[in-house]
Design a protein around this ligand. Sequence first.
Ligand code: ZN
Length: 273
Amino acid sequence: MKYFLIIGALLLSLTAFDQLQSEELGKWKIKHGAFDQAPQNSLDTLAEQYWDVFYTIFPHEKIDKYIVSLRLITDGVNGDLGGLNQLDASLKRWELDIDTADMNLNSRDSLHINEYLFTLVHEFGHLISLNIEQMKPTNDRYQNDKKGYLTSEGYARKGGYLDAFVKEFWTGKLMEDWTRVDELYNTNEWVDSIYQFYLNYPDNFVTDYAAENPEEDLAESWSFFIFKFKGRVSTETIKDRKMSFFYQYPELVAYRKHIRTNIHIYTHKLFDE
Ligand SMILES: [Zn+2]
């Protein structure tokens, strides 16, 4: 289960481990990108409005194939902003979570809109990198290095986005340092240590949340690729290289174009051109 928490600096004080209680407002089946039933009440209508925003902004191929459910949740403002949940081990059925307190569709506040659109882009980054085409389910509980990088979804398939991302950016001492932190059982110790890990590598991560693990790093870097990347490969810092990373994949460059074109319906103020 992946949750995008708070953009920017606030982050690691509020991790999933803090177990913020989210209330589930409702759950709707999605079939081939569309609501499976006609709205019966105002909550159904609201859910459909959220879905319309998501479906308008993002390319449909992976959504139609993999997203089978939309859930509206809330834990109040901040905390979890949204999430993308793997519904079973097949990696073919995914659920999109949206926190209605954090994504107020009536808001005209550009910072607020910026934050929730960033969250949606982040979750879409998980969808394209963690589905069955990209990951190989396994029963292994511990990583077998010969099989590659192991996440809770499975092994990153050779040649997939996450596999390439880890091979390029999560190597050597950085990987050793992170593995040591990742193996900590004590939550408080983990929170302190992962934040220290982030501080120890100031050139590496686009946000502090990105330092949590390679999957989050990819999703955060992907979001920066969508919002901040200026269309030319830069290798000045590792952060720049992470943003440029996605440029090597023509399909992701096409996704970027699609997203940037359609997101303009919701705001004109977000992009670094
Ligand atoms: Zn995430």
